[in-house]
Ligand binder design. Structure first.
Ligand SMILES: [Zn+2]
Length: 101
């Protein structure tokens, strides 16, 4: 798999969920025309998602549901804002020191 394919394949599920912006969707569609491998991966994703949607839903015990939600919140928590402040502060100091440029 060439590097450009890897970059597009990361976006395939977002593409199927209509979560990509217009530009990226268009670039991906152009790539799919020229790349049968990525087109096949997309088609496999599409079929897998369709099959999963046909599966019956089962109730999940409350305790399991809360544990999963806690793990997801922990896993997908955005970076703490403190880090952004530190980066900005450092950047400002650098720009002050480079006034001669
Ligand atoms: Zn490709």
């Amino acid at each position: 798999m060439i590097i450009i394919c890897r970059r597009y394949r990361i976006s395939l599920s977002a593409y199927l969920e209509n979560e990509l912006d217009e530009t990226l969707s268009r670039l991906l569609e152009e790539h799919l025309i020229d790349c049968p491998e990525c087109a096949a991966v997309l088609e496999t994703f599409r079929k897998t998602i369709a099959l999963c949607r046909e599966l019956p839903l089962f109730p999940v015990p409350d305790e399991l549901h809360s544990r999963i939600m806690q793990l997801l919140e922990r896993e997908f928590q955005p970076e703490p804002p403190r880090l952004h402040l530190i980066i900005r502060k450092t950047t400002k100091k650098k720009s002050r020191g480079n006034k001669n440029k």
